[in-house]
Design a protein around this ligand. Structure first.
Ligand SMILES: Cc1cc2nc3c(=O)[nH]c(=O)nc-3n(C[C@H](O)[C@H](O)[C@H](O)COP(=O)(O)OP(=O)(O)OC[C@H]3O[C@@H](n4cnc5c(N)ncnc54)[C@H](O)[C@@H]3O)c2cc1C
Length: 411
């Protein structure tokens, strides 16, 4: 059933329309479909997954993949694991090989311990005890605990690498939230074909209909229902869930929910210029690494495929700071960092993507509480990576909370 046929037939109405087929949209769809709701996901792209984006090469590199977005999931992602379990897919998890992150600074790869000032770290456990993250930025919270030199030399670059943006002003309580770990699954895992396979598993669940190539342009109220306008026509829904990046949600809600749109528009977005490269193993001298953390570099991080070793190739994904290097200079930087002859970079083995992540700031909790107050009593749901944190598990938690609320609203 396509949107064209839907818009031509007399007033078909979906129980739930979800905008965006990233992990947030797909996870709310799992619960809704299981509860018997006639659920449609509209995705603008021709690919599902959003930031779960495993590039799968063709041609000579056929069979090799690398991550252009999220790369790691952990046994502390209990909600994600519960959904995978319900989908009968827990046995598909693939353990990540144990390799370490290194720092890349002053033109060389360095071990992390070699960059630490241990004298400053001695009192860290005592400073950490009783210190609260609430209302404090990453710099304000972690800086005094680890000491200013350690923070500058290792921790700030490492945190920036984790969230792909300058970490200093990010709220400390949106980073590294401790969660119980499941002992029956690997501590760090991916899936065959990369994390995008997660999205593909969720998309195959019975009752979930996905329409790709449907860019939603506007949502309006129609009494208690919703009209969703896409590039191909209009569709109706009794309940609506926006699972897009926050800037898109703010735009789409402008007409029907202006106050909500205004509050969401206060959240900034950080862009990341991502470049992935696959190269034959034989041309590299770099020992296996989980990735490189850039200190004072044009990139936040270089994420490696060495966690899922391949017989022939290695893959590296550079997450560049936006607007610092043009495409040619990014290629120079890649060649220099990996110590590769420049001619090893071609359009066949290099892929590009622009990623977006919310740039959360201290005080964000008050904003999301406001957003939740405005949503209360409506059959409009909002989910995504701009609530408690940006990790995959944060998205799934938000989706499951919104599903719980929506169920109560539907009655
Ligand atoms: C480079 C990078 C590395 C990361 N690494 C990790 C990691 O290792 N571990 C981890 O836990 N998390 C990681 N994250 C964070 C995590 O991947 C994301 O926060 C999460 O996947 C976001 O999911 P989402 O569904 O909320 O949004 P998205 O993945 O952005 O999905 C939103 C979807 O909405 C669609 N859409 C947008 N506008 C429209 C429209 N108008 N109409 C229809 N569809 C629309 C988009 O095409 C997209 O498919 C990383 C993120 C990035 C960018």
């Amino acid at each position: 059933m396509t949107l064209d046929t839907l818009s031509a037939s007399p007033a078909p109405i979906w129980d739930l329309i979800i905008i965006g087929a990233g992990v947030s949209g797909l996870s709310i769809a799992q619960d809704a479909a299981r509860a018997g709701l006639h659920t449609l996901i509209l995705e603008q792209d021709c690919r599902i997954g959003g930031c779960l984006h495993s590039h799968r090469f063709t041609g000579e590199l056929d069979g090799f993949w690398l991550e252009l977005g999220a790369h790691s999931a952990f046994n502390s992602y209990g909600n994600l694991l519960a959904l995978l379990e319900s989908a009968g897919a827990l046995n598909r998890l693939q353990r990540r090989a144990k390799v370490s992150f290194r720092l890349y600074a002053d033109g060389a790869v360095r071990s992390i311990p070699s960059q630490l000032y241990f004298s400053e770290l001695l009192l860290a456990p005592f400073r950490w005890l009783g210190s609260s993250k609430i209302g404090r930025s990453v710099a304000d919270y972690f800086g005094p605990i680890v000491g200013p030199r350690n923070y500058r030399a290792v921790f700030e670059p490492a945190f920036s690498a984790v969230i792909c943006q300058p970490a200093g002003e990010f709220p400390a309580d949106s980073l590294f939230n401790p969660r119980p770990r499941r002992k029956d699954v690997p501590r760090g895992f991916t899936l065959p074909g990369g994390l995008q396979t997660l999205a593909e598993i969720f998309a195959q669940q019975p009752g979930v209909t996905i329409e790709c190539g449907q860019a939603v342009q506007e949502v309006r109220r129609a009494g208690h229902d919703f009209i969703v306008r896409t590039n191909n026509g209009e569709v109706l829904a009794r309940s609506l869930c926006l699972a897009t990046p926050v800037a898109v949600a703010a735009c789409l809600l402008q007409t029907g929910f202006p106050a909500l749109a205004e509050r969401l528009a206060e959240i900034s977005t950080a862009e990341v210029e991502t470049v992935g490269i696959a190269v034959p193993k034989s041309v590299l001298q770099l020992p296996p690494v989980a990735g490189l953390i850039g200190r004072n570099q044009a990139f936040y991080s270089v994420v490696s495929r060495d966690v899922v070793p391949d017989e022939r190739y290695r893959g590296f994904t550079f997450h560049f700071r936006p607007g610092v290097l043009d495409a040619a200079d990014q290629w120079d930087c890649i060649a220099q960092t990996l110590n590769l002859p420049h001619e090893m970079l071609t359009t066949a083995n290099v892929v590009n993507k622009t990623n977006q992540l919310p740039a959360l700031r201290v005080g964000h909790g008050e904003r999301t509480r406001d957003v939740d107050r405005m949503l209360a009593g409506t059959r409009l749901a909002l989910t995504g990576n701009y609530f408690t944190g940006v990790a995959i598990e944060d998205c799934v938690i938000r989706s499951r909370q919104e599903w719980g609320r929506l169920q109560r609203e539907i009655g």
